[in-house]
Write a protein that binds this ligand. Structure first.
Ligand SMILES: [Zn+2]
Length: 61
């Protein structure tokens, strides 16, 4: 009743490089969606461009 388990690498891991899905965020000023890495984060807000970052900060005052 003894079963020998041989650790043979049966499943060969084929290396696949799939890029991690980019998190999409919405510009806090115009609402356009863009990858988080391309946005300009200010605090917990993200803007699609420097212009909208400035426009939003102007509007607050
Ligand atoms: Zn925008």
């Amino acid at each position: 009743m003894w079963s020998k388990r041989q650790a043979t690498g049966g499943a060969d891991a084929s290396q696949q490089q799939d890029p991690a899905p980019e998190k999409m965020v919405a510009c806090a000023h115009c609402g356009v969606h863009l990858p988080e890495s391309e946005g300009i984060a200010v605090g917990d807000r993200i803007y699609c461009s420097e212009a909208h970052r400035l426009a939003a900060s102007d509007a607050e005052c």
